[in-house]
Design a protein around this ligand. Structure first.
Ligand code: C2O
Ligand code: CU
Length: 493
């Protein structure tokens, strides 16, 4: 009783004052100065022919990054794969074996690679000794295949389930469990999904960068999970940054003059990753929901947990290397400061005269004239056990007041973060656009399924709810979601 109220008081201060300075900081405003350099570049590079012209059955471009699933279906429009979740070891640090949870024996799991409109069949087996489901984060598929444990009965240890769906649109997505996500995600259960446009823009190469952090103890094992304290309030942050499962700097080569597509995904539990590219020109060409109508340039990108960004990288620097850089807090002679850290480098080797990619025309839904308005207040209760809430309600299975909308209904959600901890807010099965932050134009173009809310920030999003079904929305910090910051809505057909 006494301990509980003291804990409650401490949590109250942490929640209201924001006792944390550990994260990489809030999202810097995106410089959305749109500049259409594709046209200029096309003129610059003249009439160099694209590398290949296999018109009738164009193969999917190959991906540099985690290996792809083995597709065992001969039909080019069906991707049929096997997926097994199990315990095993990962080599996050060279020569050190860390007990982990793995998809097909690795973390990240294999990349699921398809083309928009393809059918995907995943024969899943749970070899963990706890239940799980697989959620296909960002894909607008049917709710029965979405991995929501309130729709799909949890897959018991030793049991199997066949996920079977059509991927409706192109973009960079990912998959991860939706049960005991605090541990299952942190221990390594996640993988990338790349869905190509029917007429995909052509690049010299495409790279998949799955970013994460993990907390290892002195013995190189994943540190025990603390149910209370800082981790519960802010989500668990790691002490080791991982790129495609490894803490080592990834190193490779590319010819000067090449154009590449870099697909970035933040799979970390709570850390916002701020990134930049050095040694090459780059611009943002896609977000959670696929390509943008207009690429834009910026100096740094803040990637919230769960979010994706697609970049066009032009190897036009003075010899490189091109580097994927992130920014971390570190102890320096001048005190604790934000310092750049290189996660990957691509050395220039050779030279090509590549043609700048041309992008398909993309139109985003216009702002609705008279959208339905809803407010979601993100908060917490500190009397007794810590619970996170939406509109005062901590999620409990079967007890949620469910919002219901007809399909196609434009809805404007005002999401109010009433506490100090930040929240990457995620809506399943739909895309939305971010309209404003604290009343100001957000200047965050593109479709999203996840948006970051800073301390006490109010963010307005608009969605069209085009996908019928029963959909979860929740904070993507597993500690917050599993302690109540979760809800569901229904879109009627
Ligand atoms: Cu990426 Cu409900 O999750
Ligand atoms: Cu949260």
């Amino acid at each position: 009783m006494g301990t509980r109220s003291i804990t409650g008081t401490l949590l109250f201060f942490a929640l209201t004052l924001g006792a944390c300075t550990e994260s990489a900081g809030t999202a810097p405003a995106v410089d959305a100065s749109v500049r259409d350099v594709a046209t200029e570049r096309r003129e610059d590079t003249g009439a160099d022919a694209p590398q290949d012209a296999a018109e009738d059955a164009p193969a999917l471009p190959s991906l540099i990054g985690p290996p792809e699933f083995e597709d065992r279906n001969a039909d080019p429009r069906v991707v049929e794969v096997e997926l097994v979740a199990s315990v095993g070891v990962a080599e996050h640090l060279a020569g050190r074996m860390t007990d982990a949870m793995l998809y097909n024996g690795r973390t990240p799991g294999p990349t699921l690679h398809a083309r928009a409109g393809d059918r995907v069949i995943v024969h899943f087996r749970n070899d963990l000794d706890e239940p799980t489901t697989v959620h296909w984060h960002g894909l607008r598929i049917s709710d029965a295949m979405d991995g929501n444990p309130m729709v799909q009965p949890p897959i018991a240890p030793g049991a199997t389930f066949d996920y079977n769906f059509v991927v409706p649109e192109a973009g960079t997505f990912w998959y991860h469990p939706h049960i005991n996500t605090i541990e299952q995600l942190d221990r390594g259960l996640y993988g990338a999904i790349v869905v190509h446009e029917p007429e995909a823009p052509r690049f010299s190469a495409e790279r998949v960068f799955v970013l994460d952090d993990v907390r290892l103890d002195a013995s190189g094992q994943i540190a025990p999970f603390a149910p209370m304290g800082h981790d519960a309030v802010h989500g668990r942050a790691g002490n080791l940054l991982l790129l495609n499962g490894s803490a080592a700097r990834a190193s490779s080569t590319a010819p000067r003059g090449a154009f590449e597509r870099w697909r970035l995904l933040n799979a970390a539990g709570s850390r916002v990753l701020t990134v930049s590219v050095a040694g090459a020109s780059w611009r943002v060409v896609g977000t959670d929901g696929g390509l943008l109508p207009q690429p834009y340039t910026t100096t740094r990108l803040a990637i919230a947990p769960g979010q994706r960004f697609d970049l066009e990288v032009a190897y036009d620097g003075d010899g490189g290397p091109a580097q994927l850089v992130t920014y971390v807090l570190a102890q320096t002679d001048a005190g604790v400061q934000t310092v750049p850290r290189t996660l990957a480098e691509v050395r220039y080797e050779g030279e090509v005269a590549a043609v700048a990619p041309t992008y398909p025309r993309v139109a985003l839904p216009a702002r609705a004239d008279a959208p339905h308005e809803e407010t979601l207040r993100l908060g917490a209760t500190t009397t007794g056990a810590l619970r996170f809430t939406i509109n005062g309600h901590a999620h409990e299975e079967g007890s949620d007041p469910m919002l219901e909308f007809p399909r196609g209904q434009p809805v404007r959600f005002t999401i109010v973060n009433e506490i100090a901890p930040e929240h990457p807010f995620h809506l399943h099965g739909q895309f939305f656009q971010v309209l404003t932050r604290d009343g100001r134009d957000a200047r965050e173009p593109g479709l999203r399924d996840t948006v970051q809310l800073g301390p006490r920030e109010t963010v307005v999003i608009e969605t069209r709810l085009e996908n019928p079904g029963r959909w979860m929305y929740h904070c993507h910090i597993p500690e917050h979601a599993e302690h109540g910051m979760m809800g569901e809505l229904v879109v009627t057909p």
